[in-house]
Design a protein around this ligand. Sequence first.
Ligand code: ZN
Ligand code: ZN
Length: 111
Amino acid sequence: MRGEFLLFSIFCLLKTIMDKQKFTGDWKCGKCGGAITELPFEPKNTDNLTCKECYLSGKGKTAPKQNNAERKMFKGDWKCGKCGGAITQLPFEPKSVSNLTCLDCFRKSQG
Ligand SMILES: [Zn+2]
Ligand SMILES: [Zn+2]
């Protein structure tokens, strides 16, 4: 991602400086696989090129946010390994039930 960002920074910079100069070629977009025939710079690394459409569509978008409003809870019948109290739900599916900690003990351990 950082490489792409750098590439686009250079892309923009060169576009501003050498607006009239263009390099033609037969490259491939790393995102949509579409053909790139023209670039404002000569690409040194052709593996990471992005076409104009992908570049523009990616620019306006922010990373998709995960909806944390409804956090999935796993229900079960477990036992706290510290106080022996019952645990009926967890925010994750426990892989090992031998070392579970109830919310009270968890909070205590956090200080
Ligand atoms: Zn593309
Ligand atoms: Zn406990």
